[in-house]
Design a protein around this ligand. Structure first.
Ligand code: ADP
Ligand code: MG
Length: 679
């Protein structure tokens, strides 16, 4: 059935087929695996007097009044009443058949909103009923869809698909007693009346768990295969040791920490083998990942190969350029920038140097992906702050760098600490190295949590710190769905500080600024020409300003711990005493209290991530911007986090006992897998 095209189903015209294709649904199997994103509950009635705002519910009552108001917009308003209370139903678009008589009985479904005088529902689905009209007896699945394709039609098509036989690929003993695949699909697409409604609504039903397990497993296996596959590729063997390298290490202004040494050795082990390294370095902010990457780079250079270093931000690329140039220029190694803001002529020259091999270390942003970039002999790719890059982009760069059948080695650096169980499942295509030690001499960042009512005292504190020549960050993080609010918040703080601290230079940086302007502000801050930088979370990614010693974070109670930790890591980069102020809106829930306490008491990113995981689940730990991690259909990092640790051993068993099933499983769940070459 994985090969039966959808047009073999009844009632599919060309247009429907096109729309389904847009959703990635080409076969009957795809349709079966198009899973509901949520359910509506039309199986029970809610008393009107006990409704809560935001609920999406079924209600029933008699019409108390029905009138059309002719204001700026015509509105049809019906007051509906049951034994417990009244609610207003409102329509902006209506037709004559909706002229309801007083005393008529109506059943409505819709979302409850707060109105002026009473609760209200806009455009409810409404039908006239007799006193004994039966309720629906199953939950109504709601599917992800696309323009022109409506829920009832999707539901009917999926019902047709459910008539097909679908082979269960997982042996029973691997599924922890959860229902079979067929049973699970039946339940999620058309739940029986006797299924546990609450469980289904919460994603906790065994059928959903079974599907989540299979989905996580498929993604994990797809990554593992990609890795197995890449071990068959050929990679250049890098030189293990040379006098230059020893010399280089000796001239560094510091001694490598034990953790840096260990990770360096792990890298050396990889790059001196004939298959491409795929290694992730995890290390807290400030743990010194860059120098380890530079050492790896030197081995590639000594082997006569080029190194590409990619950063998510232009400013970071500049920072790396400065560092690498500093280290390598005296050795006669040529470092080059490839960023969007180069002039046309400059860019052409740079491209030429990359193509003829003159440029040995190339540092850039996404510009490195462009068609026009051709490397002469790329031996190593270094990617900084991995979570901003997707798997796809990583692969694209790897393809670009192929020469004479050689695939470059890959080193990926991230400051997002990911607990081991998660890393094993999610980064199955990578080996993981951990720098779990900070360079000596770092002062602890003193962290305090302070209620927002003491804001003016904090502003005084800013003045005081800046009067000693230090600098401060004031972060107004993403708190609303829309970044717009966020920017407004930053704007307000910016203006307030501008007003209250007339002697200081205040800067503002947020995501909606042009990247040129953003870089400009950050540069001024870096040079010390701005005293206080008000920013949204755009500053999160590793920009180094050692002179900044105060970090203030607004609405700290609403942010994930790991994110707070990353933000805090912007200060304490030098040896001066640094502070972090977590401003919160009281009252704090117990959970929020214990979260802020963890942050006050610890500065260990891994411990913080682990505690965050225990308190809030992986959704929080991974953050929402982890574009490197796939979007899942049914599995949810939050709801199914108990399953995650089980995935690697199950994958192992499946690979050992029935490896032939693996590609089928992947094809089922991983839409347009970037690793399609694997099968
Ligand atoms: P991150 O891991 O956050 O990218 P960086 O590589 O930017 O951290 O390093 C942070 C700072 O620590 C830099 O100024 C770097 O020169 C310095 N540093 C790195 N390793 C050591 C070390 N072993 N001893 C002292 N300072 C170090
Ligand atoms: Mg860094």
């Amino acid at each position: 059935m994985e090969n039966i095209p959808i047009r073999h189903l009844k009632n599919i015209g060309v247009l429907t087929e096109q729309r389904l294709t847009r959703l990635g649904i080409l076969t009957v199997q795809d349709l079966l695996f198009h899973l509901p994103m949520r359910y509506q509950d039309r199986t029970r009635l809610f008393p009107i007097g006990h409704l809560k705002i935001g609920q999406e519910v079924l209600i029933e009552g008699t019409v108390n009044s029905c009138e059309i108001k002719n204001g700026k917009r015509r509105i049809l308003t019906v007051i509906l009443q049951d034994f417990s209370g009244m609610i207003a139903l409102k329509w902006f678009h209506f037709n004559p058949s909706q002229h309801y008589q007083i005393g008529e009985k109506l059943r409505c479904f819709g979302e409850i909103k707060n109105g002026l005088n009473c609760l209200e529902v806009f455009h409810p689905e409404t039908r006239r009923i007799e006193s004994n009209t039966p309720l629906e007896n199953t939950l109504t699945p709601i599917y992800p869809t696309t323009e022109g394709l409506f829920q009832p039609q999707l539901r009917k098509l999926i019902h047709q698909a459910l008539q097909f036989e679908i082979p269960d690929l997982l042996p029973k003993e691997l599924t922890n007693g959860l229902p079979s695949l067929l049973e699970s699909l039946q339940i999620v697409h058309s739940p029986n009346p006797e299924e546990k409604v609450e469980e289904l609504l919460n994603g906790q039903h065994p059928a959903q768990q079974r599907l989540a397990l299979e989905e996580l497993l498929a993604h994990h296996l797809s990554l593992r295969l990609s890795r197995q596959n890449s071990q068959h590729y050929q990679a250049p063997i890098l030189i293990k040791n040379s006098r230059n390298i020893q010399q280089f290490i000796k001239t560094l202004p510091f001694q490598l920490t034990n953790a840096q040494q260990r990770v360096y050795q792990e890298i050396l082990n990889d790059v001196t083998k004939p298959s491409p390294m795929q290694r992730l370095i995890q290390g807290d902010v400030g743990s010194g990942k860059t120098i380890v990457a530079a050492l790896a780079a030197f081995h590639a250079i000594e082997s006569g190969l080029q190194v590409a270093i990619m950063s998510p931000l232009e400013l970071l690329a500049e920072q790396h350029f400065k560092n690498f140039n500093n280290w390598f220029e005296k050795l006669g190694v040529q470092t080059t920038k490839l960023i969007g803001s180069l002039t046309k002529k400059n860019k052409e020259q740079t491209l030429l140097k990359i193509a003829n091999g003159e440029a040995q270390i190339i540092i850039g942003t996404h510009a490195l992906f462009q068609e026009s970039v051709v490397f002469k002999k790329l031996g190593l790719i270094i990617i900084d702050e991995q979570h901003r890059f997707g798997v796809q982009q990583r692969l694209a760069l790897k393809e670009k760098g192929t020469f004479e059948n050689n695939h470059p080695h890959q080193l990926i650096m991230t400051a997002t600490p990911i607990p081991r169980t998660l890393a094993l499942t999610l980064y199955a295509d990578l080996d993981v190295s951990i720098i779990d030690e900070l360079p000596p001499g770092r002062t602890l960042i003193k962290t305090v949590a302070i209620p927002i009512s003491k804001r003016s005292e904090i502003i005084e504190r800013v003045a005081q710190i800046c009067s000693t020549g230090r600098q401060a960050y004031w972060v107004c993080p993403l708190i609303e769905e829309s970044e717009q609010f966020d920017i407004q918040a930053a704007q307000v703080t910016f203006e307030q500080l501008h007003h209250d601290l007339p002697n200081l230079k205040i800067g503002l940086a947020h995501g909606k600024l042009k990247s040129k302007d953003k870089d400009q502000v950050m540069k001024l801050f870096q040079k010390g020409e701005i005293n206080v930088l008000v920013a949204t979370t755009v500053i999160e990614v590793g920009v180094d300003v050692p002179n900044a010693s105060l970090m203030i974070i607004d609405n700290a109670e609403r942010l994930g711990l790991s994110q707070l930790h990353q933000l805090r890591g912007r200060v304490g980069r030098g040896t001066i005493e640094s502070f972090c102020v977590l401003l919160y809106q009281p009252p704090l829930s117990n959970l929020a209290k214990s979260r802020l306490t963890i942050l006050r008491e610890s500065q260990d990113g891994f411990l913080i991530a682990q505690r965050d995981l225990e308190l809030r689940g992986p959704g929080e730990v991974l953050g929402t911007r982890q574009t490197g991690i796939v979007k899942l259909k049914v599995a949810d990092w939050q709801q199914h986090h108990d399953l995650i640790g089980n995935i690697p051993p199950i994958a192992e068993k499946l690979l050992q006992t029935q490896p032939d099933l693996v590609p089928q499983l992947i094809r089922r769940w991983v839409f347009q897998s970037p690793f399609s070459e694997v099968y």
